[in-house]
Design a protein around this ligand. Structure first.
Ligand SMILES: *[C@@H]1O[C@H](CO)[C@@H](O)[C@H](O)[C@H]1NC(C)=O
Ligand SMILES: *[C@@H]1O[C@H](CO)[C@@H](O)[C@H](O)[C@H]1NC(C)=O
Ligand SMILES: *[C@@H]1O[C@H](CO)[C@@H](O)[C@H](O)[C@H]1NC(C)=O
Ligand SMILES: *[C@@H]1O[C@H](CO)[C@@H](O)[C@H](O)[C@H]1NC(C)=O
Ligand SMILES: *[C@@H]1O[C@H](CO)[C@@H](O)[C@H](O)[C@H]1NC(C)=O
Length: 308
């Protein structure tokens, strides 16, 4: 038995998924979660393994850091080698040791260097941090907050989005999480907006589009953290209607699951302000890479923005 509700979760890590509510089946069945415990000497674990899954419990032990297989794969429960860093190539502004580490440009003093101001480009990614690829195909300065002319968020400084409808040619760069309730934004998708101060919006108009009005965010009506067994234990409100969040397995010794907060709960509010603060300090990240973990590492905000 399950019923369909609009579920609002916390924003995910990647920029594209910020504040995305997910319209999914909400289960009314009780969750069954595995437990996670440290392995004791009575649990048998093979030499190349880091865990043993027995009677719904993961018994874990660290892999030896001095071997060639220092990482625990928590799916296979085997000790594995660290993945070679060069599989994901660096963008301009990101670390490198050789030319082949860089997706674009060259590697100079351990940093990938891309196209500079007024040099030619076809995509934003080729340009150095602080620059965008203009419609004319030249690396140009990103538009500042309040400047007119953007076509998408990558045209704006790293802490602003482009308030423009897809049908209109250009828009104005607006700082993330700055637009008060009641004002219009053009990035309202599934009830979420990066431009609204609360992260929440309601779509206006009946046509397909992303124009909406900033509104109060949903909050939990239960005290968090709340141990739950099913989604319908996790109640909240948007001020008008009852909202249901998600009950998810935790990583703990007794297999307990907990309710996800809503974006309007205090942890959600602080997550938004942490991200805006991090983005304001991400000037060394190129425009397409804002809010990726690679950028957060360069900016020194990796730990702060890591939420899972
Ligand atoms: C909005 O929700 C729909 C339905 O769940 C989903 O398919 C779509 O990817 C979501 N859009 C965004 C931008 O998250
Ligand atoms: C897991 O531990 C149990 C108890 O020590 C043991 O019987 C079992 O063989 C172990 N399984 C694996 C895959 O090592
Ligand atoms: C971990 O193990 C699973 C199952 O064997 C495998 O599919 C997955 O690719 C592994 N993950 C990594 C990061 O190696
Ligand atoms: C800068 O932009 C380029 C191209 O857009 C990208 O490949 C690179 O990773 C970016 N650098 C940073 C530090 O984000
Ligand atoms: C965003 O664009 C819409 C449509 O042009 C406009 O009505 C609204 O005032 C703009 N909002 C901001 C914060 O600039």
């Amino acid at each position: 038995m399950s019923t369909k509700f609009l579920l609002v979760t916390l924003p995910f890590l990647a920029y594209a998924n910020w504040y995305s509510p997910i319209d999914i089946e909400i289960s009314t069945a009780s969750l069954k979660c595995p437990a996670y415990k440290c392995a004791t000497s009575s649990i048998s674990i093979a030499n190349n393994a880091c865990g043993n899954y027995t009677s719904s419990t993961y018994y874990l032990k660290p892999c030896s850091s001095t071997t060639t297989t220092p990482l625990c794969n928590t799916t296979s429960l085997l000790c594995t080698a660290a993945s070679p860093a060069s599989i994901l190539q660096s963008y301009p502004g990101e670390p490198c040791t050789t030319l082949s580490d860089c997706k674009y440009g060259t590697c100079i003093r351990n940093v990938c260097v891309g196209q500079k101001l007024t040099q030619s480009c076809t995509v934003h990614d080729q340009c150095d941090p602080g620059l965008r690829c203009s419609a004319g195909g030249l690396c140009s300065y990103q538009y500042k907050v309040g400047e007119n002319g953007c076509r998408d968020f990558k045209d704006c400084v790293n802490w602003a989005g482009c308030n423009a409808t897809t049908s209109s040619a250009v828009g104005v760069c607006v700082q993330y999480a700055s637009v008060p309730n009641g004002q219009t934004v053009t990035d309202c998708t599934n009830g979420s907006s990066n431009l609204c101060i609360t992260g929440a919006c309601v779509k206006t108009g009946t046509w397909f589009g992303t124009i909406g009005i900033c509104k109060e965010a949903s909050i939990s009506t239960v005290n968090l953290p709340l141990a739950c067994s099913k989604d319908t234990d996790c109640l909240g409100t948007d001020g008008i209607n009852i909202q249901i969040s998600k009950c998810s397995c935790g990583y703990n010794g007794n297999g307990q699951s907990y309710c996800h907060p809503f974006i309007g709960d205090s942890v959600g509010v602080s997550l938004i302000s942490t991200w805006v603060n991090a983005l304001k300090n991400s000037g060394n990240c190129n425009t397409s890479r804002r809010a990726t973990y690679e950028c957060m590492k360069v900016a020194g905000y990796f730990e702060e923005t890591l939420t899972s």
